[in-house]
Design a protein around this ligand. Structure first.
Ligand code: C6P
Length: 415
């Protein structure tokens, strides 16, 4: 088992030993420096082995069979749901819906709650720093329903303009949907305050937790969130499974999303009666082994301690900003480390981010380059793309040093 839940005793070497891929050499003598956890995290042995064991011992479909394997698979799947509920402090596991990912969770809200509740002229507030998955579903619904979308501006320093938000709330929106943490700027938005303000204005609040739930403690009751969406693959779990948390009354009133098996109570030739939550929103055979893997990922993260992870990432990003900013020609985007999670997006004068990424890869350093599915945000900063290094519990100061050395090599190659 990994280390103790103790900020001061954070033993990154021991954590790294839990992640087989981190021992990889990209080429002989060139060890991997994985700085792309915002795209997807690496997986600890505990998750890989739990899923392997599920397939070796208990694989069966859920909710359907009465044989031992079906009962074990169902217990694993529903146990994972309870584990997720505890992790985000949901009042009930019934409020945890398994989806494919954050994107599907947000689409589910837009196309069930949104279609049932929003009409021409209704206002949805988003922010300028949203990932496309919290923009496009609302644009699609706006087109269908004649909604009005408004955007909280991002200030030059990478923080949201809260005065502008207060003014937008005077328009009496129906929903405020925003990212808890930007995948480009790293900005951690004041979710609790934003939700309280939304509620005071009579609006519901959806939190895109794709980058928050994996990195620091998130408590849906403390936040008073109406909806929270996140993905397992960014939190040491497998791809193919995500979560939508919702307030019970809202979920109960919402129509189903997809139709098919498991989401029904009764089916007639011309009609059906939907199942109770959460099954109402889980049509067809779900990602069973992946749910079990997500449960193992949560066990792993909690054994390290979410607070300790947040503290470690804070130290790593502060060091990264300090080192990157000392490189002539490098410009780092987003707020100071105090308001930021483990993301450092930057440009290097005269070099396209794709070239940076490609050259860094030859030194074993994996970063992402592009618009990171946040084109409007890049446009706002007048950039087609940025290079992005992102950090998680397994990253070290030495890896930041390797990143910086590799950037100096890029500078040398480009003269
Ligand atoms: N951002 C990145 O490299 P999915 O793809 O559904 O698991 O997550 C979508 C998503 C939603 N919101 C935020 C804030 C995100 O960062 C992401 C995923 C990855 O930045 C992949 S584009």
């Amino acid at each position: 088992m990994p280390m103790a839940n103790n900020v001061n005793g954070f033993d990154v070497a021991r954590i790294r030993a839990d992640f087989p891929v981190l021992a990889r050499q990209i080429r002989p003598g060139v060890p991997l420096v994985y700085l792309d956890s915002t795209a997807t995290s690496q997986k600890p042995r505990a998750v890989i082995e739990t899923m392997d064991e599920f397939y070796r011992k208990s694989n069966a479909n859920i909710h359907r069979g009465i044989h031992t394997l079906a009962e074990e698979a169902t217990a694993g799947y529903e146990g994972a749901r309870r584990r997720v509920a505890q992790f985000i402090n949901a009042p009930s596991a019934r409020q945890v819906i398994f989806t494919r990912n954050t994107t599907e969770s947000i689409n589910l809200v837009a196309f069930t709650w949104g279609r049932a509740n929003l009409n021409a002229g209704d206002i949805v507030i988003l922010t300028e720093m949203e990932h496309h998955s919290n923009l496009v579903p609302w644009q699609m619904l706006a087109e269908e329903r004649g909604l009005r979308l408004e955007f909280i501006p991002v200030r030059e320093d990478g923080l949201l303009d809260m005065d502008a938000y207060r003014e937008l709330l005077e328009l009496e929106p129906c929903l405020v949907s925003f990212t808890h943490m930007s995948n480009v700027l790293g900005t951690i938005n004041p979710a609790r305050e934003m939700i309280a303000l939304a509620h005071q204005a009579g609006a519901l609040a959806l939190v895109d937790g794709a980058q928050s739930v994996p990195h620091f403690p998130v408590d849906v009751q403390e936040l008073d969130a109406d909806f929270l969406a996140f993905s397992a693959h960014k939190m040491c779990g497998p791809s193919g499974i995500g979560v939508l948390y919702g307030r019970k009354e809202l979920l109960e009133d919402m129509p189903p999303f997809l139709g098919g098996g498991d989401m029904i109570k009764r089916v007639y030739l011309r009609s059906f009666a939907p199942n109770e939550i959460p099954h109402k929103f889980e049509a067809g055979t779900p990602a069973i082994a992946e749910a079990v893997g997500l449960g193992a990922a949560i066990d792993y993260l909690e054994s390290v301690g979410m607070q300790a992870i947040a503290q470690h990432e804070h130290e790593i990003v502060a060091y990264a900003l300090e080192r990157l900013e000392e490189i002539p020609g490098v410009r780092v985007f987003g707020p100071s480390a105090e308001h930021k999670g483990g993301v450092a997006s930057f440009t290097l004068q005269g070099v396209h981010p794709h070239d940076i990424s490609q050259i860094l890869d030859s030194f074993g350093v994996a970063i992402r380059a592009g618009h990171h599915c946040a084109m409007p945000l890049h446009e706002k900063f007048g950039l087609p793309a940025t290079a992005r290094a992102s950090f998680y519990l397994y990253n070290t100061r030495e890896e930041i040093d390797r990143l910086v050395e590799a950037i100096y090599q890029v500078k040398e190659i480009f003269g």
